[in-house]
Ligand binder design. Structure first.
Ligand SMILES: [Mn+2]
Length: 370
């Protein structure tokens, strides 16, 4: 059995705006390590194991402890890439998979670190023909939708079975016309508030009788997450009425499911229309004390604040935010075309994707590396 994990993004706190929201990546890694030990599975990390190229020592040690006793292989991606020795290589039971064939349980794997452009094309052409599963960390055109940023099309995938990382593609799967299959592991923790909150990793097993390889998903337990959109007065009233009870129930259910206390504290992301009267102060009054008491992490996002980010205000200049950066921020934070239209002031006939593409071309910006 082989376990495939992408985008653990190990770190202390995933959101700079929520430095006390900790323990998510430690808990995900602990569950993965436990599963691998229980089934004697090999662990293949398909990139972005760490949230940064220079993770804190505590974080590295925590990942190594979680995967103790497990044999594995790893790829490097945009967030954790090191030129010479990847961080996981400091754990003697893990080997780099980049540019190599590896065999486990009769399944032949080959992997590539995250690449782009001609380097990617050349590397893909060198993938041996007799490999069962290709492992990579690439964005497929098929999953990138609005942002229009991708490395390749699914039809360029080199093998019959392909397992990919990158949380932008999370968790997803598909099949090309000629029958090549691909899966995204998805991230192991909520890397962005716009991601689907359910997390899982992939398991490949080859049947002893038929030799067929079966790929399935194993769910992870995660912090309770709620996304709320408040557009109208009535929705705000309802939010203020029910949120406390909901948060406390979510917490208790999480603890009952065995989720450790600090990960059981719910995360609520609220996008609200600032034109609803006193919206922010009313929401703060509704939840302020439970936030204070450490029973809730809440993120409020207004449309007007986002719009301000693209105005040539002093604030923007001081943060050296270009219009492109602001648009990127929006694409990362929110993928609503309506929101993009609103912020960049496009009329209904214009396509936000085309706008971003033109903006990039005019500034000679290469595809995002993040
Ligand atoms: Mn990535």
């Amino acid at each position: 059995m082989i376990v495939f994990v992408g985008d653990l993004h190990a770190c202390t706190a995933l959101y700079q705006s929520h430095p006390t929201m900790t323990g998510d990546t430690d808990y995900a890694a602990a569950q993965i390590g436990e599963f691998c030990r229980k089934y004697g599975a090999k662990l293949v990390l398909v990139g972005d194991v760490f949230n940064s190229r220079f993770p804190e020592a505590r974080v590295i040690r925590s990942v190594f402890n979680a995967f103790a006793g497990v044999d594995g292989a790893f790829l490097q991606a945009q967030h954790d890439w090191q030129r010479d020795v990847g961080w996981m290589q400091l754990q003697p039971r893990f080997e780099p998979l980049h540019g190599r064939v590896m065999e486990a349980d009769g399944i032949r794997l080959y992997g590539l670190d995250c690449l782009s452009g001609s380097e990617l094309q050349e590397a893909l052409s060198r993938v041996p023909k007799d490999v069962d599963i290709f492992c990579g960390h690439q964005l497929l055109e098929e999953v990138m939708g609005l942002s229009g940023e991708s490395h390749m099309a699914a039809s360029e995938l080199p093998c019959r079975m392909n397992i990919l990382g990158d949380y932008h593609g999370s968790p997803n799967e598909g099949r090309t016309e000629d029958g090549r299959r691909w899966w995204y592991t998805g991230s192991m923790v909520l890397c962005s508030r716009s991601e689907p909150p359910a997390k899982s990793f992939l398991v490949a097993d080859s049947s002893a009788s038929t030799g067929e390889i079966d790929v399935s998903r194993v769910p992870l337990l995660t912090r309770p997450f709620v996304r709320v959109d408040i557009e109208w007065e009535e929705e705000l009233v309802e939010f203020c009425d029910v949120i406390r009870g909901r948060v406390l129930t979510l917490h208790d259910d999480a603890v009952a499911n065995g989720i450790p206390e600090r990960v059981a504290v719910p995360f609520v992301s609220v996008k609200y229309n600032a034109e609803v009267k006193d919206a922010h102060s009313r929401m703060v009054r509704a939840v302020g004390d439970i936030v204070e008491a450490g029973r809730l992490h809440v993120h409020f996002l207004t449309q007007s604040r986002l719009a301000a980010a693209v105005q040539p205000s002093e604030n923007v200049v001081s943060r050296k935010l270009s219009v492109l950066d602001a648009v990127r921020l929006l694409v990362d934070e929110e993928t609503s075309p309506e929101l993009l239209r609103f912020v960049v002031d496009l009329d209904a006939s214009q396509d936000p994707r085309g706008f971003i593409r033109k903006l990039k071309e005019s500034r000679g910006v290469k595809d995002r590396v993040m």
